[in-house]
Write a protein that binds this ligand. Structure first.
Ligand code: NAD
Length: 302
């Protein structure tokens, strides 16, 4: 456990790394010896427009301190672009150890005003824009028997935020993606985790006053992400990070109550609500089967 965490010899792809959080993650990985692919479409916050200039600028910053990086301007939602991202990386460096799926957009509106197109655009970038690069690196990581994947979730997905039904659906979807992928990656030493950041970026610059934004530098999130990219990373964890605070978010299930198979009724559920929702003995599960085991234990009187 002791010693500096390094990435010498490793290759990392960071999506949406042309600015904000992704740029910081990429810079820190490069400072610690990783060869980094800076992917960014270079569009606006709502996902329109695009140029590879943003990615290129970060590459130059990395080269300026002696690090190694290449730029890629593909959209993470584009099948051909994602293939090209992975082919370019393999062509240049022959391996992919780390994927930080960070690219994202916002289309905030209350649900009553939201067009389905705004919902679909946000789902496409966050969900499929994480799934497609992950799918494209998955067999490479399996063949290497090594991989570290970090998906980017949000307090909106975990808890909710007004005007963000599209974003929240997508962001918690990524936790669901992680929950199963961590199981499928286990035997090939592929660890999959999620970061839930809070940071002052162009995404949040209009949401908070300047004195608060000053305390929320994106580089305060990055140590958590880089730890999740390291050999020592856990798997299946949602790390929340911002303003220098780090915590783990978990889904807990209450112990619950066995109401028996005979005579079950709606009223019994109502009358037992205090016991059903009692937090005493609540637990977090590593897979769905653990929940079923609890059901069988309780059914057998345990
Ligand atoms: N800033 C926060 O407080 C906060 C909170 C929770 C989650 N997040 C998440 O963190 C991630 C980074 O956001 P940020 O705050 O740094 O915002 P940002 O807008 O600065 O960064 C997002 C980057 O993704 C890029 N991008 C967008 N669509 C893309 C696509 N299709 N292909 C490739 N690149 C694309 C953008 O060009 C941009 O550089 C996002 O997933 C965001 O949802 C941020």
């Amino acid at each position: 456990m002791a010693g500096e965490i390094r990435f010498d010899g490793k290759v990392a792809i960071v999506t949406g790394a042309g600015g904000g959080l992704g740029r910081q993650h990429a810079l820190e990985l490069a400072r610690r010896g990783a060869r980094v692919v800076i992917n960014d479409l270079g569009g606006s916050v709502d996902g329109t427009g695009g140029s590879s200039e943003a990615a290129q600028k970060v590459v130059e910053e990395i080269k300026a301190f002696g690090g190694q990086a290449i730029a890629n301007g593909a959209s993470v939602t584009d099948d051909a672009g994602v293939k090209q991202l992975v082919d370019q990386t393999m062509g240049e460096w022959g391996r992919i150890d780390v994927l930080v799926a960070n690219a994202g957009i916002l289309r905030d509106k209350s649900f009553s005003k939201m067009e389905i197109a705004d919902f679909e655009a946000v789902m496409a970038v966050h969900v499929m824009g994480t799934v497609k690069p992950t799918k494209a690196v998955w067999e490479i990581m399996r063949a290497q028997n090594y991989g570290r994947i970090v998906v980017t979730t949000s307090s909106t997905g975990l808890y909710g935020n007004f005007g963000q039904t599209n974003y929240g659906t997508a962001k918690l979807g990524l936790v669901g993606f992680m929950n199963t992928l961590k199981l499928e990656g286990q035997k090939n030493n592929i660890h999959v985790n999620a970061i839930s950041p809070v940071a002052a970026t162009r995404m949040t610059e209009n949401l908070m006053p300047p004195n608060i934004l000053e305390r929320l530098k994106p580089e305060y999130v990055t140590p958590g992400v880089v730890y999740l990219c390291s050999d020592e990373a856990p798997t299946g964890v949602v790390l929340t990070a911002g303003a220098g605070v780090f915590a783990v978010a978990r889904i807990y299930e209450t112990e619950g109550v066995y109401l028996g198979e005979g005579g079950l009724s709606v009223e019994e559920v109502r009358d037992n609500w205090d016991k059903i929702s009692d937090p005493a003995g609540q637990a977090a599960y590593f897979n769905g089967g653990e929940q079923t085991q609890k059901f069988f234990r309780k059914m057998s009187g345990g």
